[in-house]
Design a protein around this ligand. Structure first.
Ligand code: ZN
Length: 422
């Protein structure tokens, strides 16, 4: 079977398995049992392909090994390369009973979704569609997301493995494969055993589009502002009551509008108040703090402390505390110390005839945590668009390109090898 047909068949098989994760689940991991259905299916497929050490651990992480195939008397130092994709789909959009629809020989114009006539995928909002005239576009029927995030990545990895196993001419490093649960709820690496994985470097196949190489993520903290007031009977409150609800309002009003998610893009950071709870005696404001640099992050947090001081000046009898917790850090600081990892990815993109697009993600990936934990892991395109939405779509030729990029990339690691310090 050719690469295109293999990818299509796999993709359609994987998206039909519901793997929706769930937010806020503390007492079990993964957050939903259904993710293991896909893990078990892939476990069988990896074993059938002849991979070694196929192992689904108790937390739902599926690992496997493909031993290296090197040219005779190869002198270069070839690293163990990891390939990762996540099993779960976004919790806030329905992911059960996905009915993928093939729009073959796409001829331009809007793509209709039968179960959601008002959600047609329009070229005005999706300029990338024009790259795929004549191609096969895959969508859901409009009642669910598609799940190309990240089943396109899984299909790409599985198809590349099949290619390597069936074509003895293709050389490649020792590969470690990982399919991971609960990425969409921010826990994709919570129980990821880096030691057991044993790769020198890795790539997540979890990006959109074609030819993208993402080597930067936000640096992220979360902040809680805790305002303590003092409650008394409102009929006799004059000069006595300290109302935390009103002080919370003062705090929020002072947050810079120009540094909010609604007003920023590109490389600008933000302060994002996303939850407020409170009563007269205590109010809590939860915020996300995001920037691409550590200094920027610190500046935004300093801003929070300045606002806290201003609010306290309004009402010195209150208490205003700002607590900051680290979430994740920009992986670029790590990837810059291993330049080959990103350079080879870009070279592989060029080898399949595309122009590499180096991008910064306004969010985190499993790769940001893995990189900071010692496993350099940039993110590569897997062929999908409009993630986390019922208008999600995948272009079959973009998945094919993605698989070709990975094949070239693995070839490069054999051809050029790991230089000292990389
Ligand atoms: Zn994803």
């Amino acid at each position: 079977m050719d690469l295109r047909s293999d990818l299509l068949e796999r993709f359609l098989r994987y998206v039909r398995v519901n793997t929706q994760s769930k937010d806020g689940v503390e007492d079990r991991f993964p957050s939903t049992e259904c993710q293991l259905d896909l893990a078990r299916l892939l476990e069988k497929e990896l074993a059938a392909l002849g991979l070694e050490d196929v192992r689904l651990d108790s937390h739902g992480y599926l690992f496997a090994t493909l031993p290296a195939r090197l040219p005779p008397s190869h002198a270069r130092r070839v690293p163990t390369v990891g390939l990762l994709a996540h099993l779960d789909t976004y919790p806030a959009v329905p992911g059960d009973n996905v009915q993928p629809i093939l729009h073959e020989n796409y001829s331009g114009g809007p793509i209709q979704l039968p179960k959601a006539p008002d959600l047609a995928i329009r070229p005005e909002d999706n300029p990338e569609l024009s790259k795929y005239l004549g191609d096969t576009i895959i969508t859901s029927d409009g009642s669910t997301l598609l799940g190309g995030d990240d089943k396109a990545g899984i299909a790409v990895i599985m198809s590349v493995l099949r290619l390597l196993v069936t074509d003895p001419k293709l050389v490649h490093p020792r590969l470690r494969v990982a399919f991971t649960p609960d990425e969409e709820v921010g826990n994709g690496t919570k129980y990821f055993d880096i030691q057991a994985f044993g790769a020198d470097l890795a790539y997540t196949l979890d990006g959109g589009g074609m030819g993208e190489v993402e080597d930067e993520t936000f640096s992220a903290d979360s902040a809680s502002v805790i305002i303590t007031g003092s409650d008394v009977h409102p009929g006799y409150a004059k000069g006595k009551m300290v109302n935390a609800v009103r002080l919370a309002q003062q705090f929020i009003a002072r947050l810079p509008w120009a540094a909010s998610p609604e007003t920023t893009e590109g490389r600008a950071g933000y302060l994002h108040p996303y939850q407020v709870n409170g009563s007269v005696s205590e109010a809590r404001i939860q915020l996300l703090v995001r920037d691409f640099t550590e200094e920027g992050l610190k500046r935004l947090e300093e801003r929070l402390r300045d606002i806290a001081a201003d609010v306290l000046a309004l009402e010195p009898r209150a208490k205003v505390a700002v607590e900051v917790k680290e979430s994740y850090r920009n992986m670029k600081t790590v990837l810059d110390r291993h330049p080959q990892v990103v350079e080879f990815a870009e070279e592989a993109v060029r080898r399949v005839g595309l122009t590499p697009q180096r991008k910064a993600i306004r969010g985190g990936t499993d790769g940001s945590r893995l990189s900071l934990a010692g496993l350099p892991t940039p993110n590569l395109s897997a062929g999908g668009y409009n993630f986390h939405s019922r208008q999600e779509w995948v272009a079959l030729s973009a998945m094919v390109r993605s698989a070709q990029v990975v094949r070239e990339l693995l070839g490069l690691w054999v051809e050029r090898g790991l230089t000292a310090g990389a």
